[in-house]
Design a binder for this molecule. Sequence first.
Ligand code: UDP
Length: 331
Amino acid sequence: MGVLVTGGAGYIGSHMVLYLADRGEKVVVLDNLVTGFDWMVDHRVDFVQGNIADNALVSRLIQDHGIDAVIHFAGSVVVPESVENPLKYYRNNTAATRDLIETCVQNGIKHFIFSSTAAVYGMVGLEPVAEDAVLTPVSPYGRSKLMSEWMLADVAAAHPMTYGVLRYFNVAGADPEMRSGQSTAGATHLIKVAVQTALGLRASMSVFGDDYPTPDGTCVRDYIHVSDLVAAHGILLDHLRAGGESRTMNCGYGRGFSVDEVVSTVKQVTGVDFPVVHGPRRAGDPASIVAGADRIRSMDWEPQFDDLPTIVEMAYKWERYLNTRNDRPAV
Ligand code: UDP
């Protein structure tokens, strides 16, 4: 048995690789290194630079490494970019995923786990959103991922393959042993921006909107630690390998924090009172996105880092480490 991890040189994929290697799995990573970094790939696993839509390459990897399961992270993830360049998203996230799944079917892959997103739900209300909610994504990014979810369901109905779809909420933090972390150049995520501001890499940061219908007026999100997130994939993989049926699951803790709460936690954890500007809303931001977490909690999943200061501290430590590298990705 072996696992092919696509996008294993990226933020979440590299943590998946650590999780699998730590438990002794045979792993091969396929990543085109467009946004990932080869130094993020754990040395215990094989790494191949290439394209997930390359049928000959992926077939060879599956056969040479005795792969029974694919965990598919590779893709494009920037929502505003997907609005400006939708065809890039339909190519990288939808068309390339179609080709990858086809290669998997041709080579008898038994299990396929797919990185999806809370963006498949679209403009949700203030309550936690469960998996069976109506799916009305509002961005090409969300639609490109939802189409892949549908493809997987159709393929699994027609071929002997089971699948897991994991819809991520706001992923944050870094490996507790500091072997990987969020390193994407030009990242815009709240916790990353705030720890960069605490480190003086940015002069100040903005809170986008404080007139939302939330307790303090700023947006609420469900921040999940990346190591807990990848552990959910591992548990789902075990479930599928044990003959369990395909599942679609939200990946969040089922509780939210506001932007102001995150900013004040970053100030507390870092001890730096950095400048924060309260600015206008950012286009397309729903007031609150919190996971309905009943399904994931019903699995054998025991989150280790459901604590905002812990998540922030690990993100901060990783950012401090990145700052010592000569090849530090652009802020
Ligand atoms: N946010 C903010 N300032 C920033 C970055 C983000 O106020 O510099 C807010 C953003 O408007 C949203 C929340 O923080 O309400 C989380 O944004 P992020 O981009 O991290 O993730 P998203 O929920 O958009 O996927």
